[in-house]
Design a protein around this ligand. Structure first.
Ligand code: AMP
Length: 192
């Protein structure tokens, strides 16, 4: 089973992806995590995307499609893949469809986590504060200014994917404002 978790920053995609990894032995593919890893390891690509990410803008389709292609070609996901934070543009959605069909696979569904903006801002600024309180550092893009840009990127570039997957008959929407466990239960129902 291959699924997409769709929703704005702070909707809980990463949390729910982790739950699916634990319960269904699926493999989480988070382009955000891959890009942060590229930055930490100091690759040329990592350096190139740093400023774009910190400002809250999307990196190029070419880069993220390349990252996903590599992971899909590496295989090893008997339980299937969870795409977390990818695709974020229509071009990425088309590319994902092509990549999966090249591999003889299909997308089972795109799950939209529905939330509202006020909650997102609270959750993300809370995540930043928690990281600092735990003695770590907050994500460079978990600040109010970058968050505004990230939300705008979501509405302009990513939210059209909801219509795209709806038209394909692949969209399932769940209430992302419920508790973590209730959201997980709704996703379970959506995947039956
Ligand atoms: P995330 O961890 O999913 O919130 O992603 C953090 C940042 O990485 C985003 O704000 C973008 O700058 C970049 N990014 C992650 N995934 C993508 C994607 N699919 N397309 C373009 N940029 C992405």
């Amino acid at each position: 089973m291959n699924i997409i978790l769709l929703g704005p920053p702070g909707a809980g995609k990463g949390t729910q992806a982790q739950k699916l990894v634990d319960s269904r032995k699926m493999v989480q593919l988070s382009t955000g995590d891959m890009l942060r890893e590229a930055r930490t390891s100091g690759t040329e690509m990592g350096q190139k995307v740093a400023a774009v990410m910190d400002a809250g803008n999307l990196v190029t389709d070419e880069i993220v499609i390349g990252l996903i292609r590599e992971k899909l070609e590496a295989g090893g996901a008997e339980g299937g893949f969870i795409f977390d934070g990818f695709p974020r543009t229509l071009a990425q959605a088309d590319a994902l469809g092509d990549l999966l069909s090249e591999m003889g696979q299909t997308l089972d569904c795109a799950i939209e986590l529905q939330v509202n903006d006020e909650i997102l801002v609270e959750r993300i600024l809370g995540r930043a504060a928690d990281a600092v309180a735990a003695g770590g550092t907050a994500r460079a893009d978990d600040n109010e200014e970058s968050l505004k840009t990230r939300l705008m990127a979501y509405y302009k570039q990513t939210s059209p994917l909801i219509g795209y997957y709806h038209a394909k008959g692949d969209l399932k929407s769940v209430d992302g404002l419920a508790s973590m466990d209730d959201v997980a239960a709704s996703i379970k129902v959506a995947l039956v």
